[in-house]
Write a protein that binds this ligand. Structure first.
Ligand code: MG
Length: 255
């Protein structure tokens, strides 16, 4: 396998369109998801909003995944699916992770939502540090740097906030396929530098931090990933283009 995919200008134009559609659906979901909905309602809504973009879900059917998007509540870290049994409470936190495929290109973005302003200090720390780590990673996504520089920046924020940094799931190249090389870990590994960043690389940077330990397990459904200790988890993700100058956050909504 190549160690990184470098996209052509023509591919980047298509990836931009898919990423913008993905961002638009994320922003609609952010305002439309309210307590009292089931997570199945959320998935159905996401399916409708994705269809309205003219694209299709990048996740539905991916290795057999059954949802339109990933919906991960509270101690679910990633890869949760909508359920009729789970009614969202205003005290919950809800991570949504989604991708829209259009014309052979895909977006990928995630955000963790909360529904009240009076969150506990721990939850505020979890949400703010995970999002801060995403932007710290993005700041390193520059020509001439290495994947390790992104990993180190993400990890530093997680460590400073005393959060568990999930190791089993990592960021990745993402453009004409949902998962492309390279992997983008949220932590540094001895001896791992990863490829040098060059213009045309598109990376999904996605810290997943836990309030407690980093340890996770997968439920018997083979998808739902939960924290071992039952403490809650957050996940923020943007898809970022390496350019000659500043990183371009493709999943920032531009209109
Ligand atoms: Mg991703």
């Amino acid at each position: 396998m190549r160690d990184a995919v470098i996209h052509t200008p023509e591919e980047i134009e298509r990836i931009r369109i898919a990423a913008q559609a993905t961002a638009a659906v994320r922003e609609q979901l952010r305002t439309m998801i309210i307590p009292g909905m089931t997570t199945r309602n959320v998935d159905d809504l996401a399916g409708r909003l994705i269809a309205e973009t003219g694209g299709t879900s990048s996740f539905l059917g991916y290795h057999g995944f059954s949802g339109n998007i990933c919906i991960s509540i509270n101690d679910v870290v990633v890869h949760g699916t909508g359920s009729d049994q789970v009614v969202i409470k205003d005290t919950d936190i809800l991570s949504i992770d989604l991708g829209v495929t259009i014309n052979g290109a895909t977006g990928d973005t995630a955000v963790t939502l909360a529904f009240r302003d009076d969150l506990s200090a721990d939850l505020k720390r979890l949400l703010s540090a995970t999002e801060e780590a995403l932007y710290a990673g993005i700041a390193e996504a520059r020509k001439g740097k290495f994947v390790r520089d992104i990993s180190a920046a993400v990890e530093a924020v997680g460590k400073k906030a005393r959060l568990g940094i999930v190791r089993e799931y990592v960021g990745h190249g993402c453009g004409t396929k949902l998962h492309e090389p390279p992997e983008v870990p949220n932590f540094v590994m001895p001896g791992f530098r990863g490829p040098k960043l060059v213009p045309g690389m598109v990376l999904a940077i996605e810290p997943m931090f836990n309030l407690g330990s980093a340890r996770v397990y997968t439920e018997p459904d083979h998808w739902t990933v939960r924290t071992r200790d039952g403490q809650w988890s957050a996940h923020f993700e943007h898809q970022v283009l390496i350019t000659e100058t500043e990183p371009e956050i493709l999943t920032c909504q531009k209109m």
